[in-house]
Design a protein. Structure first.
Length: 410
């Protein structure tokens, strides 16, 4: 194991080495990891001596020049991201660094940036929704620029329709429906800011789509139990077990689990405050087994941190665990349990609803647990209760005197 106290830093960064070591310890870095970070800073400082640079000269462009040199002889810490903790330290120490000149922004990027600002400031949409809209509008801008250039004032509804038809050749109806929604918002904004002379949003037709066209993707309770009993990562087995129980017993979305804080749990009454879609906060009962798993994680595995989020990254710096990582954990556990298709966190949510119906529960009970704002959303799960649906099936008519023949009606 490397000893951070034995790392020697010479050059312009030497005065910061000791305080940076303390900073890393406060973030939860192990001595070995702290030593590696200090060795990286030592290399950077030696390079700065060769270049005749002071700490204030460490602009992003200069840092990239350093890593271009480092990549020639080192196999680890080869990107500017490796220095993020050090630059966070300099920022907290109020050490100013020179900024690179602003990059040239294309008209297309400027249009997207202005649209994003509108969605944030005027519409007040959630960050995940904004990212989704931008991901749908961005390919449209590129597609249209290749065909007609950047004269957006001449944009026609025919071009928008052609784009959606082009995407429809290779994508699902659900994806096209999402793209149409984002493009309507974009066209309304273009008209609002006078980029286009006429409102085109109303010209995008409704996409034929029904949420009831297929069965919800869910797991049987045997499969859910297999995932829960599967092999956990040695690094954070208690955290992942608590995550799985929260997802599979409470039906939370991965983003909702990501946002949970220590202050959201009322241990006296066994209630969890969940921030759902639209920022709506609702109280949910905390199942005993999920609560016990969370306590086990908090007492025996959660790293010491001032961050109030419930679930943290295992490695330093111990930032909140993101929804993508939560879903990836479920995918990994499902693969380890031998489930032959990809399973994400949201499939556990579907499985909670179907389990309620399989056990004789009502749609109202499923809707309450999943916190659906509309009953029509929960109705989709009625299709998986096959035994109840069989009772509603009408017997197939047969011809009189010939039970094997199909009856004909006129």
């Amino acid at each position: 194991m490397s000893d951070p106290f034995k790392v020697v830093v010479v050059g312009p960064l030497a005065p910061f080495a000791s305080d940076f070591h303390v900073f890393l310890s406060g973030l939860g870095y192990s001595p070995d990891s702290a030593s590696q970070k200090l060795q990286l800073v030592a290399h950077l400082s030696r390079w700065m001596v060769e270049q005749g640079l002071a700490v204030q000269a460490l602009s992003p462009g200069v840092v990239e020049e350093f890593f271009a040199v480092r990549r020639q002889g080192y196999r680890n810490f080869r990107t500017p991201r490796s220095l993020t903790p050090f630059f966070d330290f300099l920022e907290r120490a109020r050490i100013d660094r020179v900024a690179d000149p602003p990059p040239m922004v294309s008209p297309r990027d400027k249009l997207l940036a202005d649209f994003e600002q509108y969605l944030t400031g005027e519409r007040g949409l959630r960050p995940t929704t904004i990212v989704n809209y931008l991901n749908q509008v961005r390919p449209f801008l590129g597609w249209r620029a290749e065909r007609s250039g950047s004269d957006w004032a001449s944009l026609s509804i025919a071009e928008v329709t052609d784009f959606l038809l082009w995407r429809g050749r290779t994508e699902t109806i659900g994806s096209i429906r999402v793209a149409a929604t984002a493009l309507r918002a974009f066209l309304r904004w273009l008209f609002l800011v006078s980029v286009i002379p006429h409102s085109l949003a109303e010209g995008i037709p409704a996409v034929a789509y029904s949420p009831y066209a297929g069965l919800p993707k869910f797991l049987t309770q045997i499969q859910v139990q297999a995932i829960a009993n599967g092999t956990a990562r040695k690094l954070v087995p208690l955290r992942n077990q608590a995550l799985l129980l929260v997802l599979s017993r409470m039906g939370l979305r991965a983003r909702e689990v990501q946002d949970l804080t220590l202050d959201d749990i009322d241990w006296r009454v066994g209630i969890v405050r969940v921030t759902g879609k639209g920022g709506r906060i609702e109280a949910m009962p905390l199942p005993v087994d999920a609560g016990a798993a969370i306590v086990n994680y908090l007492q025996n595995e959660r790293p010491t941190s001032s961050d109030r989020h419930l679930f943290l990254q295992a490695t330093a710096p111990h930032r909140p665990l993101r929804s993508v990582a939560i879903s990836q954990m479920v995918t990994s556990r499902a693969a380890g349990a031998g489930i032959g298709f990809r399973v994400g966190a949201h499939r556990l949510r579907h499985s909670v609803a179907t389990a309620i119906l399989d056990q004789g529960g009502s749609l109202e009970e499923a809707a309450q647990l999943l916190r659906h704002s509309s009953a029509s959303t929960t109705v989709n799960y009625a299709k998986v209760n096959l035994e109840a649906l069989r009772l509603m099936a009408v017997p197939w008519p047969v011809a009189a005197g010939n039970p094997g023949a199909v009856g004909h009606s006129s």
